[in-house]
Ligand binder design. Structure first.
Ligand SMILES: Cc1ncc(COP(=O)(O)O)c(C=O)c1O
Length: 388
């Protein structure tokens, strides 16, 4: 990533949502990266891990007033993508610094659910409304120090980035006090064997050229370009290990049933995403087609359909590849299936437990405890839902 930007004043933030494991965030901190956080929870985690407020950009959407106040009081910079929130922010904190999130209306992403900058997207201030957003900012003496976009996720083509950057820089012309322009994240990785990675050289030419040109046209100094990738930094570093406990032949298929499932890696069920599957217990085995499935009570609980995998036997350990981004980050305990352990492999080969496995009893205890606490706190129904 650094080679993408080496001749530009640039700053790298890591998008926490891709993988918020504290051990990962500590690595990012030691590498000098800042963070892009998208929720109060991520913001507080960053604070508790020792990230300084200046290292954190808070790109939340649909905040409550209380969440907005808490974020501003914590010292992080808010990235606002709705005019009405900007108005509320201006009223509460006149004269404050703020970043605006723009929707450049460029459609890109590996699935329609991850397109964040088309006309149907809830994110960002539409490019054609940026002048009225500026007027709101001016009315409250807000200092717009950053302009931001994030167009989508899993993009392996440079054209949408180039197109969006041009829209962003065009909007930037109207904000003379900018300290940074944030190009967002979204760089994809090759999940399928036949996919090519996004080429660093092409990205640098396509995105770097307009940035460099903008910098030359505005030589007053102080402006830097920010990038906030998530997936690109962590996806390929993570592997989900699953044990095959049941082989079943039915309807001309062989189902390899595992001790994991969509609760631990939701991407195939949510996006129809492809993840490579590799049989660690029989790496030299002949390739045979399998439906590799999980243990969750859902028809969509499938890691791979009719996938050639080295011959699988009951008891084999499979690696589901490229699970480091949006894997455990999106995990759930659906069906009361507990979350697995996470292990960090250090550069010297050392293994560190980064999250302990939760026994199923903990889940059940938590549910029963929550019910008991609720019963003692609200013997009668409160007058308003806010009282809960
Ligand atoms: C605001 C913002 N920035 C950065 C990212 C990171 O995206 P990616 O993991 O595709 O790089 C996201 C992900 O959706 C996002 O919403």
């Amino acid at each position: 990533m650094r080679t993408l930007t080496h001749d530009l004043p640039a700053r790298l933030l890591y998008a926490v949502k891709a993988n918020p494991n504290p051990a990962v965030l500590r690595v990012m901190r030691s590498e000098g990266l800042g963070l892009d956080v998208v929720s109060p929870g991520e913001r507080v985690l960053a604070e508790r891990l020792g990230f300084a407020p200046e290292q954190v950009l808070f790109s939340a959407n649909n905040l409550t007033d209380a969440e907005m106040r808490a974020a501003q009081e914590s010292g992080v910079l808010l990235n606002i993508g709705e005019r009405s929130r900007l108005e509320a922010f201006g009223q509460a904190f006149p004269g404050a610094r703020v970043c605006l999130r723009l929707n450049p209306k460029v459609e890109a992403g590996h699935h329609e659910h991850v397109v964040t900058a088309d006309a149907r997207s809830k994110f960002g201030i539409p490019a054609e409304e940026i002048a009225s957003a500026r007027a709101v900012a001016e009315a409250h003496d807000l200092r717009v120090v950053g302009l931001h976009q994030h167009i989508g996720s899993g993009i392996r083509d440079v054209a949408p980035f180039e197109q969006a950057v041009r829209v962003l820089l065009n909007a930037a012309e109207a904000f003379p006090g900018l300290e940074f322009v944030n190009v967002g994240g979204g760089i994809g990785i090759p999940y399928r064997p036949d996919q090519e990675p996004l080429e660093a050289d092409r990205f640098q030419r396509a995105v770097g050229a307009p940035l460099r040109h903008f910098l030359e046209a505005h030589p007053s100094g102080g402006l830097s370009f920010w990038f906030e990738p998530g997936r690109f930094l962590v996806a390929e570093a993570g592997v989900l290990l699953v044990r095959v406990n049941t082989l079943k032949r039915a309807s001309g298929r062989v189902f390899a049933g595992t001790d994991s499932g969509m609760g631990h890696l939701m991407r195939p069920a949510v996006y129809g995403a492809y993840h490579g599957v590799y049989n660690l217990s029989n790496p030299e085995g002949p390739l045979k087609p399998y439906d590799v499935v999980g243990n969750v009570c859902e028809g969509g609980d499938v890691f791979a359909r009719q996938r050639p995998v080295q011959q699988i036997r009951e008891g084999d350990l499979l690696a589901v590849l490229d699970a480091g981004a949006y894997g455990m980050a999106m995990a759930s305990t659906y069906n009361l299936r507990p979350l697995p352990a996470e292990v960090m492999i250090r550069p010297d080969g050392r293994l560190d437990l980064a999250r302990r496995r939760r026994p199923p009893e903990e889940l059940i205890d938590a549910l029963l405890e929550a019910e008991e606490t609720a019963a003692t706190r609200s013997p009668t129904a409160p007058a308003s839902p806010a009282a809960y």
